[in-house]
Write a protein of this length. Structure first.
Length: 195
């Protein structure tokens, strides 16, 4: 069974295309027009070891919020489609990632139920990276969770500078996602009989 998806989302604010292959690690460099966000999407592809291609454009003359949020939505839709009935997946993933003074912990469940717990918004994270803040990252992950049916907990254990915080979280998210999508059995990972 092919675990792939191609999703395009077009609105008056953005035009995003995501191609996702859960079993082949080939990917192309992301191209959204926002340099730091593309850097983070590249980290997501490399550390998840998934086949991922993301391209698009948004109303960056206003600010990056719409582009970043809509990319998360589109990625979530692609993951949900590629997972199908989610039979055989590991389901859970967890990763700690350090980046200098920063330490991030991400835990996720491909449960079919959307929930985001994001502790960096309760902490004193400061600054931005090329106009992207930890609040933009929260909206990316919220859009992803809502459209992929993922429960995601993001904990920031150390760090305050936005660039390192965003990057450590994105890499931890990628590594947790890599583990969760792996096919490790032939049954559905749920006592309920469905996800």
């Amino acid at each position: 069974m092919s675990r792939t998806a191609t999703i395009t989302r077009t609105t008056s604010e953005t035009d995003i295309t995501v191609r996702l292959d859960l079993d082949q690690a080939a990917y192309t460099a992301p191209a959204t027009g926002h340099g730091f966000f593309d850097h983070m999407l590249d980290a997501l592809a490399r550390h998840s070891r998934l086949g991922l291609s993301i391209s698009g454009a948004g109303d960056l003359h206003i600010e990056p919020h719409h582009l970043i949020e809509d990319t998360g939505i589109t990625l979530g839709q692609a993951l949900s489609q590629a997972l199908g009935d989610r039979r055989g997946i590991e389901r859970y993933g967890s990763a700690f990632v350090p980046m200098d003074e920063t330490l991030a912990h991400v835990v996720l469940d491909l449960s079919g139920r959307a929930h985001l717990a994001f502790t960096p918004e309760t902490l004193d994270v400061y600054g931005d990276a090329g106009g992207m803040t930890h609040y933009h990252l929260r909206e990316f992950l919220r859009g992803f969770c809502n459209h992929a049916g993922v429960t995601l907990h993001v904990r920031l254990l150390a760090g305050r500078e936005a660039h390192h915080v965003i990057e450590a979280i994105m890499k931890a998210f990628a590594r947790a996602l890599r583990d969760a999508v792996q096919v490790t059995t032939d049954s559905l990972p749920s006592t309920k009989g469905s996800l």
